[in-house]
Design a protein. Structure first.
Length: 494
């Protein structure tokens, strides 16, 4: 009797440990260097400045720009209202989301291939370089990854438990999760064909197919208005280059690694008797491959290929890594049981050390193209009361929107309507003639632009007019470049 009680207690402990350890592990990785030396780059600056607006102003902006991120902006607005604007508030939702995704991976792995496969997969997710980048990013992609992990966990639980009379709450939760993810980023709907591939793999029953199709159709119908509306704002992604062969190297490597994990999972024990074998490979490989291949296919029609749009596919890769680690433990256990128990913790520790240069790089300001806070500090040190300020291109006004105190006393002479008043991200500027006239009335001007390494020739007529006036009538008296941004001080000649 005491041995039975001890076995039950150990079993319960392992059921908790299998998801709690990856959650705390990933949380620790996310909190490590969270502020990135108090830096914020341009994508996060968009989140910061929009979240600082009122809900009405955000709603008005979404009619013109960034509707695809509307739900995320409203969520961040609520968090900024409650906790205040800071890098911690900006990034903690992503840290918590990836931690939750790691817990989901672990629970899926335990159900399909046992404790060690679940633990290995959960610990692996937070170590993946792509995940390391977006783990501390004030954008919605980590939240979508958490939703993909949860929806996959719900699907696996429904498939593993077989037909149930009370299965509809889980199906409803599945459909709601897919819908919320689609409202955060509608490309996350690529999870549906991935799950369909899993259903084909395990030869799911007709009843399961019908329920899955109903939930998936409901999620697509709920997201369809956003999809159609955001298509009218497609100019926002016009900067994405057409698909090229070198862009396929990364997905190719990921699929190769995933294939090795699926191969290691081939002797796995089925978690469901009957029509087909529900395995780590059956779940993980489609979740990794289908979104990657789907995004490549969409990019042949319109350039959209950015790895962050399918970050959630890393959940599939983590599952396959967990399958390989679980197989290694099973192979080692008969001969060296003690070593087998240390295999996965040891692999996680060694991976952490081996990836230390990558981890440090992702947590450095240089890991992003620029830093809006650093250049704001330079402006605060160089400005004088009564100076004017210019931004080239106009999108570099984000630094003033995120750090308004640093620009106090400066006249934004090109601005005709503020971003909030114009319901835009960067505001509306005056025509070139008015900008020129306003500049000629100034004695001293601070120009905020991109550093030389990342700067592009100005394409807008307004920006060309700004630079022409500065070049013809002003002289450079100070020039500072810091973390991808540049501030140049001009004084009027004579």
């Amino acid at each position: 009797m005491p041995s039975d009680i001890s076995a039950i207690a150990e079993s319960r402990c392992r059921r908790v440990l299998v998801w709690l350890a990856p959650l705390l592990w990933t949380l620790g990785l996310g909190l490590w260097g969270l502020s990135r030396q108090d830096s914020v780059w341009r994508d996060e600056a968009a989140t910061w400045q929009v979240a600082g607006r009122s809900a009405g102003e955000i709603w008005a902006m979404l009619e013109h720009v960034d509707a695809v991120h509307g739900l995320y902006y409203l969520l961040m607005h609520g968090l900024f209202e409650v906790f205040g604007a800071s890098t911690a508030t900006l990034r903690l939702p992503s840290v918590l989301a990836v931690s939750a995704a790691a817990a989901c991976v672990a629970l899926i792995g335990r159900r399909l291939a046992g404790f060690w496969a679940g633990l290995g997969g959960g610990l692996a997710l937070g170590l993946l370089p792509a995940v390391q980048f977006y783990l501390q990013e004030g954008r919605p992609y980590a939240l979508v990854a958490a939703g993909a992990g949860l929806s996959t966990l719900l699907l696996v639980s429904l498939l593993a438990c077989g037909p149930r009379r009370r299965a509809w709450p889980r199906w409803a939760a599945y459909g709601a999760t897919v819908l919320v993810c689609a409202l955060l980023n509608w490309l996350s709907l690529l999870v549906l064909p991935a799950h369909a591939a899993t259903l084909v793999w395990v030869r799911a029953e007709r009843r399961v197919w019908l329920r899955w199709a109903a939930c998936g159709a409901g999620a697509v119908a709920g997201a369809l208005p956003l999809i159609l509306f955001s298509r009218g704002q497609s100019d926002q992604v016009s900067w994405i280059p057409p698909l090229a062969w070198h862009m396929l190297i990364g997905p190719g490597i990921l699929l190769a690694i995933g294939g090795l994990g699926a191969w290691a999972d081939r002797p796995d024990r089925s978690a469901r008797s009957g029509r087909g074998a529900l395995s780590m490979a059956a779940v993980g490989l489609p979740l990794l491959a289908v979104p990657q291949l789907g995004l490549i296919g969409l990019s042949l029609v319109q350039p959209l290929f950015q790895d962050r749009y399918v970050l959630f596919s890393m959940v599939g890769l983590a599952l396959l890594i967990g399958a390989a680690l679980g197989a290694a433990v099973r192979a080692c256990a008969p001969r060296r049981p003690r070593a087998a128990g240390l295999l996965i913790p040891g692999a996680a520790g060694l991976s952490l050390l081996a990836l230390l240069p990558v981890e440090l790089d992702k947590r450095a300001p240089a890991s992003r193209i620029d830093d809006v806070l650093a250049v704001a500090g330079e402006v605060a040190g160089l400005k004088r009361d009564g100076d004017a300020v210019l931004f080239v291109p106009a999108a570099r006004r984000d630094t003033a929107l995120v750090s308004p105190g640093a620009f106090g006393g400066l006249a934004d002479v090109a601005l005709a309507a503020s971003p909030a008043a114009s319901a835009t991200l960067k505001g509306e500027e005056a025509d070139p003639v008015r900008i020129r006239a306003a500049l000629l009335e100034q004695r001293r001007v601070l120009l905020v632009t991109d550093a030389e390494k990342v700067a592009k020739p100005p394409s807008a007529e307004r920006d060309r007019a700004k630079e022409a006036v500065l070049r013809e009538h002003f002289a450079v008296v100070a020039d500072r470049q810091v973390r991808g941004r540049r501030v140049t001080v001009y004084e009027r000649r004579g």
